[in-house]
Design a protein around this ligand. Structure first.
Ligand code: HEM
Length: 134
């Protein structure tokens, strides 16, 4: 299946989420998300023992995607997110658990409702695209 860029269908305003929320908010979001992954017995085994590098990668990706500097491309190359997730068995249950942590992290970090909605819509749709197992 051809890989669609993950920004397809994103509202234009999401390009400036980096500016409106600021880099620290993205850092806080990723940290809140990975704190939840760390204590989830279902998803934790899928992730590396040391989460600090995973935190960095997720942060670089989100900063870049939402209009900040191209940190992910500089450090990891082209995103190819669906391809990068192929080694992990992601079915609907894994996706739902992942998304629940991300939505909880969005709630935990103080994000204005309009921007929070853009993030929720993005993660909801993009996480479906990561499903690679029945
Ligand atoms: C909105 C959807 C998602 C986005 C934007 C996303 C983003 C990312 C990024 C940027 C990385 C690092 C890739 C790299 O540099 O190699 C990553 C890794 C990973 N993702 Fe996702 N992901 C998403 C959905 C999911 C889902 C649904 C799962 C299933 C549980 C998942 C599991 C993983 C795992 C296990 C890794 C490896 C951790 C690491 O070492 O960085 N992801 N993801």
């Amino acid at each position: 299946m051809a890989e669609l860029p993950l920004h397809v269908g994103m509202p234009d305003r999401s390009q400036s989420l980096y500016q409106s929320l600021g880099e620290q908010t993205f850092r806080n979001l990723v940290e809140a998300f990975y704190r939840r992954i760390d204590t989830d017995p279902f998803l934790r085994p899928m992730f590396p023992a040391d989460l600090s590098e995973a935190i960095g990668r997720q942060f670089w990706f989100l900063v870049q995607l939402f209009g900040g500097p191209p940190l992910f491309n500089e450090r990891r190359g082209p995103p190819f997110m669906r391809m990068r997730h192929m080694p992990f068995a992601i079915g609907m249950a894994e996706r739902d658990a992942w998304l629940a942590h991300m939505l909880a992290a969005i709630d935990e970090v103080e994000i204005p409702e309009a921007e929070a909605e853009v993030l929720r819509a993005y993660f909801d749709r993009a996480s479906l695209a990561m499903i690679n197992r029945p």
